[in-house]
Ligand binder design. Structure first.
Ligand code: NAD
Length: 268
């Protein structure tokens, strides 16, 4: 028991020695999908982690337990990121829990698929609020703390749809293109500081967000889920394979690292 605890604590000690304190990563949308994988990767590297997102209390409690079992401090901070005041509260509450925030991964997102003429106004507002505006509000709220501690990494999870468009995804495409613009603007405003802002633009990653779209397409076409899954990924990825959440977690960890200190305003 004693030695197991020591082994689990090792990354925390390594992180503390490297930086003289344990770094703190806040990952939005970390109750499922990519964000969850990123939170676990940061914890495995010895970061203390703040998780946030929607989900059942028992699932969130069990995620927190698993994270704490890795030997780090982990807290859940509740926020509806479609609301600007809750984005600000998320940063303030995380600072109250941990005393600092070194890394913010703006990962929470949603999709809505519809031709423009039928696209509900409310859906447009929600997609823009969550996928774009929330990233502005968290960035605005966290920058003073990052400046004070002279370190910060802001990583925006955009999408391939930040670079190219697809039919019936107007709000998502607009939000993700906007997020790449925001990333460059933040990178310029922090260019002379030890704070960076970059974006990741994944192709298809198999997560609940994508499973929902596959199910809807399969239903519309009257084909099986598995058949549509292969068709969907093959349309956009010549490899015919999904990107894995673990690969994205590795990229995020790299952008948060000291080695990435002069990578600024980039989109991967
Ligand atoms: P997901 O649906 O598994 O996770 C989305 C997360 O956002 C969840 O934790 C959810 O609880 C949270 N969330 C949703 N609404 C919220 C709200 N109002 N307030 C706070 N949190 C909220 O999705 P994912 O596939 O893991 O996507 C993560 C990010 O990656 C998104 O920004 C998405 O646009 C982007 N992305 C995904 C893919 C893909 O193929 N899955 C590809 C490119 C980009």
């Amino acid at each position: 028991m004693f030695s197991a605890t020591l082994i689990r604590s090792k990354p925390v000690v390594a992180n503390a020695i490297r930086f003289n304190h344990v770094k703190v990563a806040l990952v939005t949308g970390s109750t499922t999908g990519m964000g969850r994988a990123m939170a676990f990767r940061f914890a495995k590297e010895g970061y203390n982690v703040a998780i946030t997102g929607l989900g059942a209390k028992e699932d969130i409690d069990s995620e927190l337990k698993e994270l704490r079992d890795l030997g780090v401090k982990a807290e859940f901070v509740s926020a509806n990121l479609m609301k600007s005041d809750e984005c600000k509260a998320l940063i303030n509450d995380t600072l109250s829990h941990f005393g600092r925030i070194d890394v913010v991964v703006n990962n929470a997102g949603m999709q809505h698929v519809s031709p423009i003429e039928d696209f509900a106004d409310e859906k447009w507002d929600n997609v823009i609020a969550l996928n774009l505006s929330s990233c502005f509000h968290t960035t605005k709220a966290v920058l003073p703390a990052m400046r004070k501690q002279n370190f910060g990494r802001i990583i925006n999870i955009a999408s391939l749809h930040g670079l190219v468009a697809s039919v019936n995804k107007s709000a998502y495409v607009a939000a993700k293109h906007g997020l790449l613009g925001l990333t460059k603007a933040v990178a310029l405003e922090t260019a002379q500081e030890n704070i960076t802002c970059n974006a990741i633009c994944p192709g298809w990653v198999y997560t609940p967000l994508v499973a929902e779209q596959i199910a809807a397409r399969a239903k519309a076409k009257g084909v099986s889920f598995d058949e549509e899954k292969v068709r969907l990924v093959s349309e956009k990825h010549p490899s015919g394979r999904f990107v894995e959440v673990e690969d994205l977690a590795s990229m995020t960890l790299f952008l948060a690292s000291d080695s990435a200190k002069e990578i600024r305003g980039a989109s991967y």
